[in-house]
Design a binder for this molecule. Sequence first.
Ligand SMILES: Nc1ncnc2c1ncn2[C@@H]1O[C@H](COP(=O)(O)OP(=O)(O)OP(=O)(O)O)[C@@H](O)[C@H]1O
Length: 654
Amino acid sequence: MRLPRATWPPVFTTERPGAAATARKAAPDAGASPQKAPPPVDLAGRQQARDQIIAPTPPAGGKGGGAGTGKSTSRRAYQPRADVIRNGLRACSRGILQVGAFSVVINILMLTVPLYLFQLSDRVLTSRSIDTLAMLSIIAVGALTLLVLLDALRRFVLTRIAVQLESLLGAPVMSAALRSADVGATRDIQALRDLQQVRSFINGPVMLVMFDAPMAPLYFLAVFLIHPALGIIATGAGVVLFGIAVLNERMTAKEYGVAGNFAMRANIQASAQARNAQVIGAMGMLEEAILLWGRENAASMKAQVHANDRNIYLASVSRYVRLVTQIGILGWGAYLAVQGSVTGGMMIAASLIASRALAPIEGAIDGWRGFVQAKSAYRRVRSLLDMPANDTERMLLPKPEGRVQADKLLYIPPGTRRTVLNGVSFTLEAGDSLAVIGPSGGGKSTLARMLVGCIAPTAGSVRLDFMDLRNWDRRQLGESIGYLPQDIELFPGTIKANIARMREDATDEEIAKAAALAGVHEMISGFQDGYETEIAVDGSPLSGGQKQQIALARAFFGEPRLIVLDEPNANLDTMGERALAAALARARRQGITVVLVTQRPAVLQSVSKILILREGQVAAFGERDQILPRLMAQTQDEALAAARAPGVPAQPQA
Ligand SMILES: Nc1ncnc2c1ncn2[C@@H]1O[C@H](COP(=O)(O)OP(=O)(O)OP(=O)(O)O)[C@@H](O)[C@H]1O
């Protein structure tokens, strides 16, 4: 008897099966020289990179190019999300069958004690045979030993099924959660907690009850065989308990659902507050923060207490019914014994067996809360995985040169009626540098996110080298793009790892090159541990400007052809701005296309084109030398108008 071992110990894989073998075949000396960088325009290398897109391990023993076949199975890496759950469950099916088979045997062996009692009372006590007693005892102990072993085994198997399921679904759920988070969905990381909840449920006692429940008819049958009247009492009690279980479901499911939703919101609040702990501390917002989180948490607890109260009440009634049933069977059994219809042993055995028959229904009522929570958690995981995702396998294209076409971009955020971008069109040649300027809330950051493929336009298209971003292989596109968002968050890890976009195969040369391009080498040298300086969750020891510079180097990493920088100079001093201007000049010399969202006029000298975005529409677009004079004239007019306005004090001349 072997436990399922396909994913034991658990492995969270981001590599499709066979990829490593294929990669080794393709590059036999890759292992000997980990520092060797792949050639920049290497389609085979990029195919290999694409192979590492998050994909679940196939079911153990599954067909179709499994581990070690070395055949291309890249379709598997892009399997539709719905298949992920189906394959996950299929992978666990062998274990589930084992647990089912064990449960059948265990439930038969559970009859050992009642049968032993029955034999003692009706055979040993009447015959006074010590040999029979010894023989019966040996058989009973043997059966109980087997029962305990099988019970332990099914628990071992369930533990592994739970871990296997989490290993298989973890990466797809994480990837779907990140994708949904980047379009602004709030449930995001909750999905990982949900998956853990499903795992705990599979590991928990209610799962065993669910495996035992189908065997209940066997026990009812055994009681019927002892005496039909006792069978009717036991079955009647079973029907009553089943009714209580249904009532329990009706009376608690909604409240548990409400409790779960509030708990989720409380968790989202808690994570947001943990991220903003310094702001909360500095501005004395602790009480408000706790109140905000506490309200959600209290609402969750209130709903939970309501549901729990009902659950406890019904569980007590069910326990009462079971105990009374036992008394009923014993009492009626005694009456039948007095009548000579059954023996004393049969009476006791019937009571024990009936109790065993009713136990799973009672256990289901007791463990209802866990079941409901696991069910909703599973639903959330499912709906996240069912969300449409651009998972179609994409052909790897030649490395882009950096030509960008935005064509009639319209953006209405999902779930809103607000038009954030409206008919935005422009074209950039490879090596162009564009400054996107305009009033706050004009849609600049939205445009920046659209240009790097974070959000898809409601209508219109963004094309990189003539190809719509949606048709690019996601990983290849990411490697061709550098992006510095407005709100910078670095990952906990070294400066080096952050610049290298957390890639383990990044070479020191590539990292140094990105740092040099971004002009941050000198700043990094100022730290005692240089590139090995550890960045904490809150970004320390880096200052705001330093974080921005490291993020700039990250954007330059890996020879991107398009770099989109959203207010890269927001936290920079004059020196920093100079370094940024130098970085932009270097990018231009290398033919990298740069889009720069900015509010500061200083960097406008470093770009070749300017786009003014106002209320989501292009107010002006063209060569810098055409747009800049118009912009300055307009600024002067506005300043004069403001100065002439009544009640506005004249500004002192700088
Ligand atoms: N997901 C969304 N849901 C609703 N409104 C949104 C969404 N995303 C952006 N907006 C709205 O679109 C407008 C443009 O936002 P955006 O961040 O692009 O402006 P911006 O020009 O970058 O502003 P700033 O210069 O202040 O950063 C804002 O009014 C914002 O509220």
